[in-house]
Write a protein that binds this ligand. Structure first.
Ligand code: NAP
Length: 242
């Protein structure tokens, strides 16, 4: 279904975005990846294979995003945004009392306002039967995660935005993936011991007994891009976490 389709993955230099780029290349798509760090982008483009092209882009810079899409001389079939500012880096996982508002804003700036701006300017290049896939996370709906007020609110905002956007730009489709814990470089800022403890705790409480792999999420992204009868949906892929 994705053969010869053009797919842009913003956040494609790492984690789930890179896995999606790889899966899309394997499905025969023509893939572009975008993020800020050029060296990491170049490495990721080589790993994704095919004729994957790297593009430097900061989605918190609206003028850069508008210029990026203006300079694109072809339509795109699917637009995937996995970019986020890691909660470990921003400090957005904390009690509300202890959290700096700047940290919460920094998280939301990339993870919510980033896709908002990308969708605003990217829709003019989106093919008439194209789709957008955005990313929220389990904390948008689950009450059991501690210290997730900022992250939960941001994820909820992404999901609400996507449902409204699906109406607004139909028949082009918009869907969201709400992932559970997935082993990606997002947690490189933690000590190895803390990271492995977090993964082990998650595996214990998830129904499938393991933490997620980027490839689990890439499979779902390929499905959402391919199935032309799915829109306005939030797809939870979390190993069955209660
Ligand atoms: N990993 C998890 O356990 C988990 C759980 C639930 C939800 N999620 C969500 O799933 C999505 C993917 O997460 P991940 O763990 O795969 O991420 P990741 O490995 O940390 O990769 C993040 C990507 O976003 C890019 N990026 C960051 N800021 C950017 C900006 N301003 N403009 C453009 N690109 C930017 C990064 O590259 P540069 O830094 O070079 O720009 C990188 O390519 C995110 O929305 C995340 O919140 C993750």
């Amino acid at each position: 279904m994705l053969a010869d389709q053009r797919i842009l993955v913003i956040g494609g230099s790492s984690g789930m975005g890179l896995a999606i780029a790889r899966a899309a290349v394997a499905a025969g798509a023509r893939v572009m990846i975008a993020a800020r760090d050029e060296a990491r982008l170049a490495r990721a483009a080589a790993q994704a294979g095919g004729a994957t092209t790297p593009h430097r882009l900061d989605i918190t810079d609206e003028r850069a995003v508008a210029a990026f899409f203006d300079s694109m001389d072809h339509p795109i079939d699917h637009l995937v945004v996995t970019a986020h500012a890691s909660s470990v880096v921003t400090g957005a996982i904390d009690t509300l009392a202890g959290m700096s508002i700047a940290a919460a804003r920094a998280f939301m700036e990339t993870k919510f306002w980033g896709p908002f701006v990308v969708a605003k300017h990217g829709q003019r290049k989106l093919a008439p039967r194209g789709s957008i896939v955005l990313f929220s996370g389990a904390a948008g709906t689950r009450k059991l995660l501690p210290h997730h007020t900022a992250i939960g609110a941001t994820n909820g905002a992404v999901e609400a935005f996507a449902r409204q956007l699906a109406r607004e730009i139909a028949p082009r489709r918009v869907n969201v993936i709400a992932a559970g814990l997935v082993r990606t470089p997002a947690y490189d800022g933690l000590s190895e011991a803390a990271r492995e403890r977090m993964y082990a705790d998650y595996a214990t409480t998830s129904l499938v007994g393991r933490v997620g792999r980027p490839e689990d999420i890439a499979e779902a992204a390929v499905y959402l891009m391919s199935n032309t009868y799915v829109t306005g949906q939030v797809h939870e892929i979390d190993g069955g976490r209660p």
